[in-house]
Design a protein around this ligand. Structure first.
Ligand code: ADP
Ligand code: MG
Length: 695
């Protein structure tokens, strides 16, 4: 927008009183009425309060800074993490005749300079910038010459390590925002647990911020959690989606290979496509567009899929494995039923899924004692990492991961050549906190999957929704077992009835026993396994006869979680015929094994034992290491931050010739491919030309 155009809008720069915000909502944005919570938030921000707003995607958060920004009559500074997001918001505002501009790395200097001038002349209602802009020398000082009337931090969870999308650039905000104050700050995000909320408030130094957290209950999504062995899951997906009324659908699978295998398998029945970070960006765009347009009805994807997807009529979201975090899970199922019509979310999981997550956690976060060992070997004198590794007798991968973690938490200084010196001694606290946090995320996800009681209520409480009714949803597998799509139920039989009746009797004598105690005292002699006993107990919960509540105790500095069983009022009065009617979930059967050898086994979490590189591969490996060192020097970071040895070795084995093949290599995703892809391919090509092996 030119200066001339924007001066036109500056004519109305008189603050709007808070009781006239309704009028501004209509005149500036053309909306008839506020959505839930918007009016309250707009009033608080217009009056100059700091605010943290947590509402799900699509709830209308942007309006909560845009309207107050206009009402406060000056320039609002908006921090936003993605160029595409910025461009969308700016053009939407401009369409309403509002003077909005943006400065980001995708624009040329001339344009940016013109925007700065407009900003300083007071011609802008909104200026959008990326957080890294605040690191540009002189830029925050320029802004400070004419401080904004409001600062909006969008996608504010990016500031927290605990969030699932941490961006180091956001950390800059805590340093630079003070010079732009006293404007009020509004932080907005769709995904923040109470822990992340506290972190945002602390990082942005807005301790007095008013918290608004709302809208996490989705009344049209029926959540169903199904315990099923991995081998049974594909058949379940097919059976559910065979019904056209349950499509379009997103199926989230844990690995790239699985998305491809399942998409191929489903494709015979209805149009399905895979989507994962190992595909080229063209292939990903094509798949996403086909899904958006309806040509593809089922997209089988890793969690790489979803940002920016805007499809209102998704009827089903299925997870064929347990997600790593409950926040991620909620975001993913939240893509269903945006049009408000009934939709379903089905989670297929088993205990093995938890072990997989724990395996990866153990690989990516070594025990603090391992870090301590590495730290102990460091000194003032810089020493090659390789030498240290040999001296400590640690496995290469374990050593490199430990050194990297130390480097991140400043316990080690590492130069591009990977010479290490001792860093700060206080690395342990933040590292242990991070490790504990990851463990807790897995714990919470498992507790949700294996939990009893209303699923939606569980999710709503997880986010700390302040205005929720607290009522059960009446549609999930726990609230409405007879509406389940995948789970089926049976009546208890024979001994099981005796055991249930005995358990209720026992609780009447002593309420609040643990499920283990109950099992021991009622079922053990009858050879009823603990697992079956738990299923029976689930039935009692579902029927509203007992409640199971989490409890914990401390032992040797660790918190041990367990569950106590309490009678409800109904349970206290229940007779034997109530027990007969309890619904016990049936195991989901796996389809009979096909005779033909199965196609490649899905990736197992256990690292394959790698054969050593042959001579030609080793030569390439050395060339790649040279390139990596150069790159590391340029960026002044340790070489292992560019790519790990394991990934380099995988490239040597695969010898990719184009982006597509490169993306197939484990450890290479779109970010690495776009930063280094061309150079890696060039190194591989050059070395392959020297290599006279038959190809
Ligand atoms: P969020 O940032 O919470 O994901 P947006 O701010 O992008 O959501 O808003 C989602 C959509 O809702 C936008 O198209 C926006 O124009 C629309 N919207 C927001 N508030 C209202 C309202 N009060 N009335 C009608 N539409 C609204
Ligand atoms: Mg938004």
């Amino acid at each position: 927008m030119t200066t001339e155009e924007s001066s036109r809008t500056s004519g109305r720069r008189v603050p709007t009183p808070v009781d006239s915000l309704d009028g501004l909502l209509r005149s500036a944005f053309g909306h008839e009425a506020f959505r839930p919570l918007q009016a309250e938030v707009c009033r608080a921000v217009t009056q100059g309060r700091d605010v943290l707003l947590v509402m799900p995607t699509g709830a209308g958060k942007s309006l909560c800074y845009q309207l107050p920004g206009l009402a406060r009559a000056g320039t609002t500074l908006v921090i936003s993490p993605l160029i595409a997001l910025m461009e969308d918001q700016v053009s939407a505002l401009q369409d309403h005749g509002i003077a909005a501009e943006r400065i980001h790395s995708g624009r040329d200097q001339l344009a940016s300079r013109a925007v700065c001038r407009d900003y300083l002349d007071g011609n802008l209602d909104f200026l959008f910038i990326a957080p890294e802009r605040l690191a540009v020398p002189g830029f925050p000082e320029m802004l400070a010459k004419r401080p904004p009337v409001l600062i909006a931090v969008d996608e504010a969870h990016c500031i927290s390590h605990w969030g699932h999308d941490f961006r180091p650039d956001y950390r800059m905000l805590s340093e630079r925002l003070p010079m732009l104050r006293p404007a009020p700050v509004i932080a907005l995000t769709a995904t923040a647990t109470p822990l992340v909320q506290r972190d945002i408030v602390e990082q942005l130094a807005i301790p007095e911020a008013k918290l608004f957290i709302h809208g996490f209950r989705r009344t049209n999504i029926a959540v169903e959690v199904v315990e099923a062995k991995p081998s049974a899951r594909g058949a379940v997906v097919r059976r559910v989606l065979e019904d056209a009324g349950r499509r379009p659908a997103i199926v989230y699978s844990p690995t790239r290979k699985e998305t491809e295998a399942l998409a191929a398998e489903l494709n015979g029945t209805f149009p399905a496509a895979a989507y994962h970070a190992g595909m080229t960006s063209t292939a990903r765009d094509r798949a996403q567009r086909a899904f958006q347009d309806g040509g593809v009805e089922v997209i089988v994807a890793t969690i790489a899929f979803g940002m920016g997807i805007d499809k209102p009529d998704i009827r089903t979201v299925i997870h064929t494995g347990m997600p790593g975090t409950l926040e991620g899970y909620y975001q993913e199922i939240g893509r269903a039923g945006r049009d408000g019509d009934p939709a379903r979310a089905i989670l297929l999981y088993s205990w093995a899924d938890r072990r997989t997550h724990e395996f990866f956690l153990g690989r990516d976060y070594p025990e603090p004692s391992v870090l301590a060992k590495v730290y102990g070997a460091l000194s003032e004198r810089a020493r090659p990492a390789e030498e240290l590794c040999a001296e400590l007798g640690l496995d290469d991968e374990v050593f490199t991961t430990a050194l990297e973690k130390l480097w991140i938490h400043r316990g080690a200084l590492v130069d591009p050549e990977e010479n290490a010196t001792r860093g700060r001694p206080d690395w342990r606290v933040p590292y242990e906190a991070q490790l504990a946090h990851r463990q807790e995320q897995i714990e919470r996800m498992t507790a949700f999957a294996s939990g009893r009681g209303c699923r939606m209520l569980h999710l709503v409480r997880h986010f700390g929704d302040q205005h929720d009714s607290g009522e059960a949803c009446e549609t999930c597998d726990q609230c409405a077992p007879n509406k389940c799509l995948v789970n089926s139920f049976r009546k208890p039989e024979g001994t099981e009835i005796e055991v249930l009746a005995a358990a209720l009797d026992l609780l009447r004598e002593r309420d609040g026993l643990t499920s283990g105690q109950l099992h021991r005292q009622t079922a053990e002699g009858d050879e009823l396994e603990r697992k079956t006993f738990e299923l029976l107990l689930d039935g009692l919960v579902r029927d509203g006869l007992v409640e199971v509540l989490a409890d914990s105790f401390e032992k040797g500095g660790r918190t041990i979680q367990f569950q106590r069983v309490w009678l409800t009022r109904r349970g206290r009065l229940a007779g034997r015929n109530d027990v007969d009617g309890v619904l016990v979930v049936k195991e989901v059967a796996a389809p009979p094994r096909k005779r033909r050898a199965r196609a490649k086994k899905a990736a197992t979490p256990v690292a394959k034992h790698q054969v050593p590189l042959d001579i030609a591969e080793s030569a390439l490996f050395e060339k790649l290491r040279e390139w990596r060192l150069e790159e590391a020097r340029r960026r002044r970071i340790p070489a292992f931050r560019i790519l790990g040895d394991r990934t380099l070795a995988a490239i040597c084995r695969a010898r990719p010739v184009d982006e597509e093949e490169l993306l197939d290599v484990a450890g290479i995703g779109p970010a690495k491919a776009s930063s280094f892809g061309r150079k890696i391919l060039a190194v591989v090509a050059a070395e392959s030309n020297n290599d006279d092996r038959p190809k």
